[in-house]
Design a protein around this ligand. Sequence first.
Ligand code: F6R
Length: 605
Amino acid sequence: MCGIIGYSGHREACPILLDGLERLEYRGYDSAGILVSDNGMFHTAKRSGRLSNLRRAVEEHPLRGCCGMGHTRWATHGGPTDENAHPHGTERVMLVHNGIIENYLSLRELLLEQGYSFQSQTDTEIAACYLDYCYHGDPIDAIREALNGIEGAYAFVIMFSDHPNTLYAVRKDGPLLAALGNGENFVASDVTAVIRYTNRYLVLDEGEIAIVTPERIRLIGLDGCEHHKEIQTVTWDVEQAQKDGYEHFMLKEIHEQPDALRHTVSPRVKNGLPDWTGDGLPQDFFARFNRIQIVACGTAMHAGMIGKSVMEKLARIPVEVDIASEFRYRDPILTEDTLVIIVSQSGETADSLAALRLAKARGLATLAIVNVAGSSIAREADYVLYTFAGPEISVASTKAYSVQISLLYMIAFTLGRARGTLSEEQERSLTAQLLSCEKAVRDALALQDQIEASVRPLVDAEHLFFLGRGIDYALACEGSLKLKEISYIHCEAYAAGELKHGTISLITEGTPVIALCTQTALLPKMLSNIKETTARGASVFVIAKQGETISGDVADTVLPLQDFDDLFMPFPAVTVLQLIAYFVARARGCDIDKPRNLAKSVTVE
Ligand code: F6R
């Protein structure tokens, strides 16, 4: 969480910092602040709330200077106030921070004894003052000494007033990169913040300090040795990180799913079969494992649930799916024939990264499914399969889910073949069906107007249930998360057969229920469960395949999807669920791309 941008160059820093913050605002939007150095004179502006508040403040009192840093905050320690907004520090040392300083209370005691006083309730201010305390004229020595005393997760950009045009950047468990321009250089939490100015960047390793001036970016280790590394290049352009005529990023990203699927699946199909050589996987890679452990958070974890269904069905391999924050603290039983798959859009989620490290420490093989190139999870996993969804800006994840499940399906096909549960012909036919999911998603997108019209009865709901069985239950979990996170309607996803074991007591006259009925084999059971709810007054919205018989006494609304194999129904069905969430939230006037209390990249535990 939190977004960081830094600039050192020949232009006025302020507009560049504000522009960068606008692109990073999805990482947190509780407050924003910038600092510009005018030959060593620090000028700051900080405002709680959205970036527009800071913009207004800066318009009234412009900040001049060609070097500076900015921060957009997702609050952890201390509420979302002006005082708690970053940057923090002293007259000599100021910094912006993404992460959590775990030992801030003991550092605070030490600093109080030394006569420091604090303006905010943040752990960041303590870190900044501690750095000041360690500073005796050499910034690198000070950073090195301070990092020895600081425990926790951080990405810092630091400025020293007696080094006016230089930014110092360092990270541990938080993303940070340095980007190379022409006579100007940048630091940022992610590349979307600087893509307008340059597509060349260096990912900072942990314990590496970037010293950024207009002329160059130097990287040195904490041992003082100079580091040289390969420059990475972004393959997408600034347009892809813009709304492109759509009202919201979320809607744009929902519509990008067919292309994202094609870009992710097609390059990995050779002669009609999955082929992982382009990803650098050894030929017999998947044949080595007898168990799969999928670990992820939120939507990525829901993608893992679909992966479990498909892998167990096609490859008869036991698959466990864990929430990363639980997995890491429950001392999981992991055998050496287990492949640990970490799924993450951002590749920076703190709990997923910790789960990956735990699996590696236990000596297990790890495979990451990640969207953001060069992210921490991508770099630390033994192997990485990139999803080619392009930048996902909306906080609610949509296209990332579809491409994540597409790779989990492909892995299931390969596993099935390796374990002898699928013939080559079956694998070929499944691969062809996966390729045709692009069209199934386009067909689902064509229902957009119908979905917008039919969700009207849901708009004023106070609470709502999603029901499904089997793979539809996994989908229900995702549909429910999507709707609650952006519309603020309380939703619950239930395995349809489980409802009567307690939760059905919540169904009263008019309670809306969204019932996923995409699995023909389970349809009769679903219809019985739906009737149990209508008998208690529920108002039911059914999502089913065209041609299935759903009578009027079962459903108030039926949304028909093109007929498709049961196994592949999650692709069109999730598209419908995303559109339902979108149109309900829009009708309720919600801030769709930046829902309250959330941030896109969750780099704290
Ligand atoms: C929900 C959502 C989150 C993320 C979760 C994991 O729409 O976006 O639940 O899926 O925070 O994030 P990544 O995939 O970046 O690890």
